[in-house]
Write a protein that binds this ligand. Structure first.
Ligand SMILES: C[S@@+](CC[C@H](N)C(=O)[O-])C[C@H]1O[C@@H](n2cnc3c(N)ncnc32)[C@H](O)[C@@H]1O
Length: 216
């Protein structure tokens, strides 16, 4: 079964992942043990959304179960759109938005065929998703397409090249159908640049890369 089809139809793996990431202490343990990274940076990154001016349009792709919603202040006046391929994840994300009282719009979509016109968003956040996609380069190009000029893409992804143990884990997750093609830090930079994003920054902490770029 192809990777995209697996994420579309699986129930247990997405729900188990989301349970862990929604519990910061569990996620910290998993992040340290599996990927040699400190996941506190992830929860700090979510708060960036709260600094956007009122009226900004944000795309959260893939939103998963909505872990990034914790960084969205209720009164921020943002137009926040959360997209994911998995109905299970979107169901969890809807429940999370309702629990937080956030007026989020939900869209079921594949990362490389986004149903939005060019220039629709001021910010696109993509946490822990690229390594799950069949074609991360085209997903980055799609996210860049839907950003307006001057809009920012921010995200994180698991990358190869952090060490033999983590590369073996990546291969395991790929074999068992949870991961697609995870790139290296150099690949992530190339994906950003070929998508027309400038001021591309990519840093690595263990096997997790943090990246950003601005649409020309
Ligand atoms: C590891 S989770 C990350 C979710 C969330 N951003 C987080 O940090 O918890 C990966 C997500 O990617 C979604 N996904 C996988 N393939 C996809 C695709 N081709 N297009 C859109 N979403 C996809 C999955 O359904 C899942 O919710």
């Amino acid at each position: 079964m192809e990777i995209e089809q697996r994420w579309k139809t699986r129930r247990l793996v997405p729900a188990a992942y989301d349970f862990v990431v929604e519990h910061e202490r569990l996620a910290r343990l998993g992040g340290r043990l599996l990927w040699g990274t400190d996941t506190r940076a992830l929860y700090d990154a979510f708060t960036e959304t709260g600094r956007l001016p009122a009226g900004s349009a944000v795309l959260d792709l893939p939103c998963g179960g909505g872990v990034a919603f914790r960084g969205v202040p209720r009164a921020a006046g943002l137009r926040y759109v959360a997209a994911d391929l998995s109905a299970v994840m979107l169901g969890r994300a809807r429940a999370e938005a309702a629990r937080r009282g956030l007026p989020i719009a939900f869209v079921r979509a594949s990362a490389d065929r986004l149903p939005f016109p060019a220039g629709s968003f001021d910010r696109c956040v993509t946490y822990n998703g690229l390594h799950c996609f069949p074609d991360p380069a085209s997903a980055v190009a799609e996210m860049a397409r839907v950003l307006r000029a001057g809009g920012t893409l921010l995200g994180s992804t698991v990358v190869s090249g952090a060490g033999a143990r983590q590369d073996a884990l990546l291969a395991f997750f790929r074999r068992t159908g949870s991961f697609g093609r995870a790139g290296s830090v150099a690949d992530v930079r190339a994906w950003l640049e070929s998508a027309g994003l400038e001021r591309a920054e990519v840093t690595r902490s263990g096997a997790l890369a943090w990246f950003s770029g601005v649409k020309r």
